[in-house]
Ligand binder design. Structure first.
Ligand SMILES: [Zn+2]
Length: 292
């Protein structure tokens, strides 16, 4: 029997019909709507997870008067604009975070879909990159505000990355479920273990937290979702941008660099988002440079 050859990324996009404007324009709308809805759920996570509340059992409610928020007042982006960012019952203004998170998630979902289609990447990378965006936005926001990166966000991301790579091994150029899953597992484990050693030794030597455990788990989750070399970019890009920001801050405030503590999560998250949007181009550019 003739064995069917695996479809190339180009064939995939052609089969989806991405060459037709009506298809990619509807794709853009669908991706934005999905991103905005998931962004709305992220808002629930950002508020409840650091406070130890469940994200599934209790229905959405106003954090000021406690009134349940009806479904028509809970439409992403639209409801916020219609109600002008206030509770329908008590009129308390809501944080603009609700609108910002929904918009950013929707825009990034759209950008990732469009870029993957434009660059003819394997479509299997899209759900992985989308999850990475969800992880990055929620962790960045929570870390900036509470200085923690919750396990409730990083552990599911690691699990999802491994399962999805096993289901769609073409995302990482593998051909079997076993090799795909193993690839994601190792991409999470290797940087996770190396950074744990770095964190333990660094903390012993300096007596301070040079790297938090939440950061280590976040990087491991990026490994499971983005694979290699994406996870390397997250570590390098996050460290460089974080250090640069720290230097600017100390220069402005005139303090010593060692006295200044900044959350690392937002910088790691920023690097992860950059990789989802431009990783393939960054990697090609790096190979070109190093081949000279
Ligand atoms: Zn209210």
């Amino acid at each position: 029997m003739l064995k069917e050859l695996p479809l190339s990324a180009f064939d995939w996009w052609q089969r989806i019909g991405f060459d037709y404007p009506v298809v990619w324009i509807s794709g853009i709308f669908a991706a934005f709507a999905l991103g905005a809805c998931l962004g709305s759920f992220l808002n629930v996570c950002i508020w409840r997870i650091p406070r130890g509340e469940s994200v599934v059992t209790a229905p959405s409610h106003c954090t000021s008067c406690g009134a349940d928020i009806r479904w028509y007042d809970n439409l992403p982006v639209i409801s916020y604009l219609v109600l002008r960012g206030r509770c329908r019952k008590c009129g308390t203004p809501y944080s603009c975070r609700y609108l910002v998170v929904e918009l950013i998630t929707g825009i990034l979902f759209t950008a990732i879909l469009f870029k993957a289609g434009f660059a003819r990447q394997v479509p299997a990378v899209i759900p992985l990159y989308w999850w990475c965006v969800l992880l990055a936005i929620s962790c960045a926001w929570i870390d900036a505000r509470f200085r923690i990166i919750p396990d409730a966000l990083t552990y599911p991301a690691i699990f999802y990355g491994i399962v999805l790579h096993a289901l769609m091994p073409s995302a990482c150029g593998m051909t079997s479920a076993l090799s795909g899953g193993l690839y994601a597992l190792l991409s999470a484990l290797i940087p996770g273990i190396l950074l744990s050693v770095f964190a333990i030794i660094g903390n012993k030597l300096t007596g301070k937290d040079v790297l938090g455990w939440g950061d280590v788990k976040f990087i491991a989750a990026c490994g499971a979702l983005l694979g290699f070399p994406g996870v390397l970019f997250v570590i390098l890009g996050g460290s460089l941008s974080g250090t640069l920001y720290g230097m600017i801050l100390t220069f402005r405030r005139g303090k010593k660099l060692s006295r200044c503590t900044i959350p690392f999560g937002p910088f790691l998250a920023g690097a992860a988002v950059v990789w989802t949007l431009a990783g393939n181009w960054i990697w090609h550019w790096y190979i070109l440079i190093s081949a000279r």
